[in-house]
Design a protein around this ligand. Structure first.
Ligand code: ZN
Length: 241
């Protein structure tokens, strides 16, 4: 399957050094290096500074699963790129949204809520990620009912999202907050998974449980459509453009 890893790639001044130390090839580089370990994944990486903000029609047409990491500059994404991503999700492209991508135009557009709204705090706190749906494909390979991320940004409820179609993980923090942290939705023919862990100044994406979840999530959001698009019967019936 074709996996496009996209990163905003514009860290805040205070995070530049830590991010460069932890992710010398960028977050997109680290995620790309993880996904190429899967023999059936073909991987491209793009950043916001690339042509078409790294989200050209050509790249999106190629993509079966889009892995998306945005941060403070989420408002900079052009509305026509948001529309292009939404169209492709509705026609079957998988979308994996990571961490601060909760505040992205595409997530908000697909959910219909102000997904940027949640509680957050950067305080070096541990996070306990509980599996609340052990039978779910995204939880496969996790050996315990929970695992601990030694340090991550704390996110907490209330998180303005529609109730997930499938809830896979809940996270509790050292400070006592809770978060719906691993959430699945279906929109049109597409699948969406949001996973909250992974603040850029902590090495979260090197942790084995997280890597297992990321690979599982790419596989789950992939609907199996070889070519993205509505089936012929839908076109022939004339009810779509
Ligand atoms: Zn963060």
């Amino acid at each position: 399957m074709n996996v496009l890893v996209w990163y905003e790639n514009k860290p805040l001044p205070e995070a530049v050094e830590a991010e460069r130390r932890i992710y010398p090839n960028g977050i997109h580089g680290a995620l790309g290096e993880l996904f190429v370990t899967q023999p059936d994944f073909l991987v491209r990486t793009r950043v916001m500074q690339d042509t078409g903000q790294g989200l050209t029609d050509e790249d999106l047409d190629w993509t079966n699963v889009l892995v998306y990491f945005s941060h403070k500059h989420w408002r900079d994404i052009a509305d026509d790129r948001v529309a292009a991503m939404q169209k492709r999700v509705l026609e079957g492209m998988g979308l994996l949204l990571l961490h601060s991508s909760h505040a992205s135009k595409i997530f908000s557009r697909l959910m219909g809520t102000r997904t940027q709204c949640l509680r957050w705090r950067e305080a070096d706190e541990w996070q306990r990620v509980w599996t609340v749906n052990p039978a779910h494909p995204i939880a496969q390979g996790l050996e315990k009912e929970y695992f601990i991320i030694p340090k991550d940004e704390t996110y907490g409820e209330y998180f303005e999202i529609p109730q997930p179609d499938e809830q896979v993980f809940l996270t509790t923090s050292q400070g006592g907050e809770v978060l719906r942290s691993g959430c699945c939705w279906y929109r049109g023919l597409g699948r969406i998974f949001y996973f909250s862990s992974g603040h850029e100044t902590y090495p979260v994406y090197y942790q084995s449980e997280v890597r297992q979840i990321l690979i599982n999530a790419v596989r789950w959001v992939h609907t199996g459509n070889k070519r993205i698009g509505w089936p012929n019967w839908a076109r022939e019936s004339g009810f779509i453009e």
